[in-house]
Design a protein. Sequence first.
Length: 277
Amino acid sequence: MNDVRFTLHAPCHALRPYIRYYYTMRCDRPANALTFPVGCMQLLFHRRTPLYVPELNASQHPLTVSGQTDFAAHLRSDGNTEMIAVVFRPHTSSLFLGIPSSELYDREIDGRDLDNRSLDELAVRTIESDDGHGIAAVEKWLLRQAAATLSDSSRHDITALNLDRIDKAVRTLFAAPQTTVGQLARDACLCMKQFERIFNALVGMNPKQYAGIVRFQRALALMSDRSHMPSLAAAAHASGYSDQSHFTRECRRLSGYTPAALSRVAYRNSSLFDDRA
């Protein structure tokens, strides 16, 4: 989308363990962008015409909850797009939305279907506000939601423990995407079945699938660094792929491109390993 104005905004200190960043986007001309799985769920507030996603054969809603995906998707704007988005940490969206992330896998839903009156009211305020006031309203709501969930004495200990377990697992995958699920489970002091169930509920896909997204996003980050761009074979190795043919298969599946073709695509930048976020 060459005619898009896209701005990142950092969350307040208290929300940084849970929110990666906010972004605002405005597009005043018809545009079509190919996007890749980013490894994080998002909460979208559309002020004007929502984006159309042909792969889902549907338009987004004024208030959209966007789940984890493992396929490339186009976002089409009719030239009348303006929105605010919340990008959660990979494992934290359920803390705010009150729904297991696994229920939103490969889906985008109308946020009003969550039957959350305070979220509905937030959407009205945010959609009617400018960027600064809209983001401020979103932050206040997120802070209240986090405080309410973590102060629930009946859930606090297990919620905090599981968030910590999966946070450590995600960080391990970021550092070493080739880490086995068995090792992640052992590090979390859980049996494989327990670990996969908790990971899926919080992240929105199973650990093996998520590791695939991390590998792909790491490769995107490496290919986006023009000053230190490695060979494709080196990028594959550094990203945790077993060999270049593995890299090629996964790249085709998640982007529709071969690695060589992807390295020439304008919108190839990694969202998961973007230092600005």
